[in-house]
Design a protein around this ligand. Sequence first.
Ligand code: CTP
Length: 418
Amino acid sequence: MESHPHVRVLRGKKILLGVTGGIAAYKAVTVASRLTQAGALVDVLMTAAAQKFVTPLTFSALTGRAVVTDLWSPAGNGQIMHVALARETDLFVVAPATANTIAKLALGLADDPLSATALASRGPLLLAPAMETGMWLNPVTQQHVRELIQRGMFVVGPMQGRLASGAMGIGRMAEPPQIIEMTRKVLGRNGPLAGVHVVITAGGTQEPLDPVRFVSNRSTGKMGVALATSARDFGAEVTLIHSPLQVGVPFGVASIPVGTAAEMHAATFNLLPRTDVLIGAAAVADYRPATVADQKIKKKSGSLEIELVRNPDILGQVGAQRQQSGHPKVMVGFAAETEDLLANAKAKLESKRLDLILVNDVSAPHSGFGTETNQVTLLDKWGDVLPWPLLSKDEVADRLMIWVARRIQGKGLGDLGA
Ligand code: CTP
């Protein structure tokens, strides 16, 4: 299998990570490490106070790059380091951002490498504030944060929780995974799907039999979540309509939790007037129990027969009204098959009036329900067929988003096999 440890939106990106003096500085180590592993070039700048909590050596060992601690360090090419860094950056992340540094950034002070670089930098700034509750809630801090947001800066957190003092309250730095997710969202905000609303259905619907039982399937929702993450990284506004998932809803994605196929159907049609792209990754139960018992069904001697009735075909019904309503502009389905893959997928592509269908053999190893990988073949409405190799679900999602972006611009499958 091809391995893609890098995150597409982070790969090769130049990120400055400013670390200020708070106990959460130790978590900035994880942020630096994960961004580097995901393919970003991370230059760390530390204030003097930050170095009381973590050493520059820790960061340079993880990023493989020098750490700036001195306002006057030369960049090696006759330039001043902070000026050179500011010029090249894609994003400046400050984590943790203390009240003192936030105040400096709001006022334009530049008396340490971090604030000087931030002032010189023209790229976006993402702050992860961390401080005692009183400092955070102080009107002067709130005013500074509001001003920074108005000037186009981004803020993640702070969260409620245990603070350095041992007290509970707001002021705890967002956790590293959230900071990374927000970094991805900010970097992707002007991407090829900016301004496009992508709606994705995910998970296996649950059709109740009685108050304690339901009929469902093996879907975990991983593919749908990978699609939502990727669409977000491509700059889209993303809504995930999902039955209970075995993985979390990605940061920055709107979540509409549902249980049954009927609820998923209603939620999809509700959003339809503002849906540009609809991707059906849910394993929708085709049948539901004809009646739902009010009380738990008790066992009796002999067998139990359950009558099942048809559920609505969500994509099928959306497809039937597409031409009149003009929504969605792009519609993609998945076909989970165990035999006659291409013929079955082609029939679904046509009957549901999809633009594209991704078919996978759910009986093959490493593909389908619960796996981290997927081997899919694409069939589009113009008759093009494109098999992709075995890929991580993240890579399948990224490739599909490239197709969606091309489709929004009126292009076909093109060279997407690469
Ligand atoms: N789908 C849907 N509503 C349904 C059933 C399926 O929107 N009631 C969508 C799925 O999300 C998927 C596509 O339609 O994108 C194909 O689903 P699949 O279960 O493979 O096909 P079915 O139409 O259910 O056909 P069959 O079960 O006979 O294979």
